[in-house]
Design a protein around this ligand. Structure first.
Ligand code: MIC
Ligand code: SF4
Length: 757
């Protein structure tokens, strides 16, 4: 652990007890863990005037550190470079994980990636070197796993440019996924604001056993809360079921908490975290945490009477919890294992399993790998063969090296498993899936976290399900989604009926972790001489220009660009997979803008009406045509618009192509903030039914902007082609500061002004 980090942890722990005491006096009641961490990290001891107003006001914080992955770091750092600072203000790291394509196996895939992405890796390495940012090379591992192994610490606060930053909640940290512009605030040493969250308590009773694992807790919670249910809330887990579970299992639960829209999830400090810190070479951190252990968890009174202190309480008995399988197409469609076979038959999900994929940032701990390997070993012993393809993505080089040393990879190999690079790979569509016909409906199952249509392999006919690594491995052996490993038998190579025993594994490697080259590169002590070069002819990197400030008037005569229907996630707005290569080039990546969104008027994707010549065009083309004609445009959407990723490209692309406002029934948190940061208008229908008023050839006026103020609705006039019009109100959640971002044309313009002064 770098000195920068250790000093920071000491400084945070030094103020922790005093801040907790202050908050307790102010509230005059026991505190949740969430409150303790939040109040410790308030910007300059800035206690909010009305601390009880959860879910209402924005509060400024000073997070301890920043993490960025390569696909979002490019935009984050392109923005940071323009803000005028010499070094980052807090420990920050970049992780090269998203840009490696899974094709033929770890070695060759990594070699290809180093070649194909050289320009981007060189850029990230030199910016990191210059500004004092730690750099984790391609092959080192997936950001969230590397953070858990090296940097997360109980009671800390972190922001990361990836929605699954929340993974670090497994080590007791309030870790929040943000867009790059938010990361720039923190790296620039400015206050970072967050909507004061509600707090959902999840009480875990009983103990995990048999086939059930930590993943099933979050699969179950996703079924209860749905993809929207955690919006604006931090989820705090507690109870005997929490303390008896491994630290990495807690990480899995927090990781997939992104799928319920939660701001983040967190567990209190306990022995499992201490064990994990010590086994990952951070005895010093564990010792420091032990000294203030009572503050690093919720007060006992809170956990004894959770209904009094949480906004909502969910109780799950782990003794009764079944393994779950969620999907297809959405992570909250939760099926208990005992009901899944019927669900497959009744809904005509393709029953034959083609590929099972384990690993990823969600489920690649030593425990996960050893439990899945125990099933693979049973297959060998009981003469079973894998009936589906099987891939394994280790989360980090440290885990990979250790599981290789312990023979686990060898066991997977024996049942035909293919080990992929320590990277995102198929989880983010970086998967050159072979031998399949894209027009045929087919099923895959992963131990990842998201399963939106087309996400893994770009194919809308792929039905993707999500489960624990153990269940995925069992299904790979059966090749059939109607298999229930708890009750059913399989026919082995001798024609005998055999049953799988429940998986077993190790929380931590009995012989300790080991690694030869973890893949870390420390930054220069003084980076002022380092030049960061971006070629003006590059297809992959482009320096940013400041967006124009607001013109000071109402916005009139805006054109409807698209009225999106149904689910519109960031994967629909700015697809990943092949487009990841343009993440550092705003103009080029803008060619994917909203190409996955379904047009309400013709139920097609990437086909929208151009009233200028009555043709149908691709969405980015129409936006460019409006822009060329000097016209602004508007995007209309439905519920939880922008769900999923933290990628700010989903906000910057529309900004770049002249979209002025996004008006929807509701937003996902990170995306709404990203729109605000880029100086756009993110508005919601005051009356959701007004969505129905919007017609294909409308022009829209947004009124009330000269008196734009917090809590005050704006109004929209929709002018229809037949000469009639409708007027309706739209709500917003902008505070004074955010209105200033809008007026200035983006938050970065405000930061630049501040640093220049
Ligand atoms: C994802 O899981 O969707 C990603 C790819 O990790 C994203 C970040 C990105 O779009 O680069 C995320 O979750 O934020
Ligand atoms: Fe990578 Fe998938 Fe994790 Fe996102 S969810 S960080 S794409 S492994």
């Amino acid at each position: 652990m770098a000195l920068f980090d250790l000093e920071m942890i000491k400084a945070t722990y030094a103020k922790f007890p005093a801040r907790v005491a202050q908050a307790r006096t102010l509230f005059n009641r026991p505190l949740t863990l969430t409150e303790k961490i939040l109040y410790t990290h308030l910007w300059e001891n800035n206690f909010p005037a009305q601390p009880h107003l959860r879910g209402k006001d924005y509060v400024d914080y000073a997070p301890d550190r920043v993490a960025m992955q390569d696909a979002t770091a490019q935009m984050a750092l392109l923005q940071f470079m323009t803000c005028g600072r010499k070094q980052v203000a807090v420990p920050s790291t970049v992780h090269c994980d998203h840009l490696i394509q899974a094709k033929t196996g770890a070695k060759s895939d990594l070699a290809d990636a180093l070649d194909i992405n050289r320009e981007v890796y060189d850029f990230l390495a030199s910016v990191s070197d210059k500004y004092g940012i730690g750099f984790w090379k391609a092959g080192a591992g997936i950001i969230h796993q590397v953070i858990l192994e090296n940097y997360a610490f109980p009671g800390g606060m972190m922001v990361g440019t990836d929605s699954h930053t929340v993974n670090a909640g497994g080590l007791g940290m309030v870790a929040i996924g943000v867009g790059g512009a938010d990361a720039v605030d923190v790296m620039a040493g400015m206050p970072w604001e967050l909507l004061n969250p509600k707090i959902i308590g999840v009480k875990l009773t009983g103990k995990l056993s048999g086939w059930t694992s930590a993943k099933d807790v979050i699969l179950k919670v996703a079924g209860i809360l749905t993809v929207k249910g955690g919006t604006g809330a931090i989820v705090e887990y507690f109870g005997e079921g929490a303390t008896s579970m491994s630290c990495t299992g807690k990480g899995t639960i927090c990781n997939m908490g992104a799928e319920i829209g939660a701001t983040t999830s967190v567990f209190g400090y306990d022995q499992s975290m201490s064990r994990y810190l010590r086994s990952t070479d951070r005895t010093q951190v564990a010792d420091l945490a032990d000294q203030i252990a009572e503050h690093l968890t919720g007060d006992p009174e809170v956990y004894a009477n959770p209904e009094q202190y949480f906004d909502q309480v969910i109780e799950i008995n782990l003794d009764e919890l079944e393994p779950h399988i969620n999907g297809p197409f959405t992570p909250d469609l939760a099926w208990p294992l005992s009901k899944f076979a019927d669900a497959v038959r009744q809904n005509n999900y393709p029953r034959q399993l083609e590929v099972g994929l384990i690993g990823s940032c969600t489920n690649s701990s030593y425990e996960d790998m050893s439990r899945a390997a125990s099933l693979a070993q049973q297959a060998i012993d009981k003469k079973l063969r894998a009936k589906a393809e099987f891939t394994i993505t280790p989360g980090s080089e440290q885990v990979r090296f250790t599981v290789e040393r312990d023979g686990i990879l060898d066991t997977f190999d024996k049942i035909g498993g293919m080990v992929l690079a320590n990277a995102c790979g198929p989880c983010i569509g970086q998967w050159s899936r072979h031998s399949y016909d894209p027009s045929r409906k087919n099923s895959i199952i992963t131990s990842f976290n998201r399963n939106f249509a087309k996400r893994n392999d770009g194919n809308p006919n792929t039905f993707a399900f999500v489960a624990s690594p153990e269940i995925v491995t069992a299904f790979v052996l059966a090749g059939d989604l109607t298999f229930n490993p708890i009750t059913d038998t399989l026919t082995n190579q001798n024609g005998e009926q055999v049953k799988l025993d429940p998986p077993t594994g190790f929380e931590l490697p009995p012989k300790g972790f080991d690694v030869q080259d973890a893949g870390y590169q420390a930054p220069a002590e003084d980076g002022s001489h380092i030049q960061v070069v971006v070629s003006p002819t590059s297809k992959r990197l482009q320096l940013l220009y400041p967006f124009a400030a607001w013109e000071g008037t109402d916005l009139k005569g805006l054109q409807l660009l698209i009225k999106a229907q149904g689910k519109c996630t960031t994967d629909h707005i700015s697809m990943a997979g092949p487009w990841l290569r343009f993440r550092g080039h705003l103009d080029n990546i803008s060619n994917n803008m909203l190409i996955g969104a379904v047009n309400f008027f013709n139920a097609q994707t990437n086909s929208v009406y151009n009233p200028m010549d009555s043709s149908f065009m691709a969405v980015p083309d129409l936006a460019r045509a409006y822009k060329a004609a000097g016209k602004g445009s508007v995007v209309i959407g439905e519920e939880n618009y922008g769900e999923g990723s933290s990628r700010e490209h989903a906000a910057m692309e529309p900004r770049h192509l002249g979209v002025r406002a996004v008006i929807v029934k509701s937003f996902a948190r990170i995306h709404e903030t990203n729109l605000k940061k880029q100086g756009m208008l993110g508005l919601t229908f005051a009356n959701k039914a007004d969505y129905d008023l919007i017609r294909q050839d409308d022009t829209l006026d947004i009124l009330g902007l000269p008196t734009f103020a917090p809590g005050k609705n704006l109004s929209v006039v929709a002018h229809h082609a037949d000469g009639t019009s409708d007027i309706f109100e739209v709500k917003h959640t902008y505070n004074e500061q955010q209105i200033e971002w809008f007026r200035s044309g983006g938050a970065l313009n405000v930061i630049r002004r501040g640093i220049a002064q």
